[in-house]
Design a protein around this ligand. Structure first.
Ligand SMILES: *[C@@H]1O[C@H](CO)[C@@H](O)[C@H](O)[C@H]1NC(C)=O
Length: 183
């Protein structure tokens, strides 16, 4: 198994070093209070992660008209789980709505959310999320941190479905976003 933490942290470190005044030590630390998740490196702008029918997307949620329940979301991290709350007016998510990845070897699988009457896949895991700086990471059993998020553009320009590339296959046709907390 290969891990992707080094390339992205190095990319991060070089961009941080370019602006010494903003240099901050990278520490494992979780945001306190609620925050949104944003994805860098997809388009020229930073885009939000949003919820639609149990799946995580990145982009402008108002452009995604296919879901029956679509909402912007905020998160609170507690005991390595990402508790998810709807912020779009008129939408409420179940209190057990948790972000999941699917840590299955040699597969690139969608990132999604539990709850709300959508059956999560049997390999979905809601624990082991941790922040490194503001970067969202997932911790493997051996303690390695990785941020192997991938994104595939949907049939709506600028709206991406979010995936996790557990074995770091870097499949063609997917972009490699950096997923960060907003605060
Ligand atoms: C776009 O994707 C959505 C979701 O997968 C699907 O429901 C819809 O039919 C697709 N639209 C077109 C025009 O292909």
């Amino acid at each position: 198994m290969k891990f992707s933490i080094l390339p992205s942290v190095l990319a991060l470190a070089s961009s941080v070093l370019a602006a010494p005044g903003t240099l901050k030590p990278l520490l494992k630390r979780n945001p306190s209070g609620s925050f949104s998740l944003v994805a860098y490196s997809l388009d020229s702008s930073v885009v939000d992660i949003f919820y639609s029918d149990g799946i995580a997307y990145a982009g402008d949620s108002s452009k995604w008209t296919y879901g029956s329940v679509t909402t912007d979301v905020t998160f609170v991290i507690q005991d390595t789980e990402m508790i998810t709350t709807a912020t779009t007016s008129g939408v409420t998510l179940d209190s057990d709505t948790l972000l999941y990845i699917r840590p299955t070897e040699d597969e690139v699988l969608p990132v999604g959310f539990t709850g709300n009457g959508v059956t999560a896949p049997s390999d979905a895991v809601t624990t082991n999320f941790i922040f490194y700086g503001t970067w969202l990471m997932w911790e493997y059993d051996d303690g390695t941190l990785s941020d192997s998020f991938r994104a595939k553009e949907t049939n709506v320009t600028g709206v991406y479905e979010l995936y996790y590339d557990y074995s770091n296959l870097y499949p063609s046709g997917y972009k490699t976003p950096i997923v960060k907390s907003s605060s």
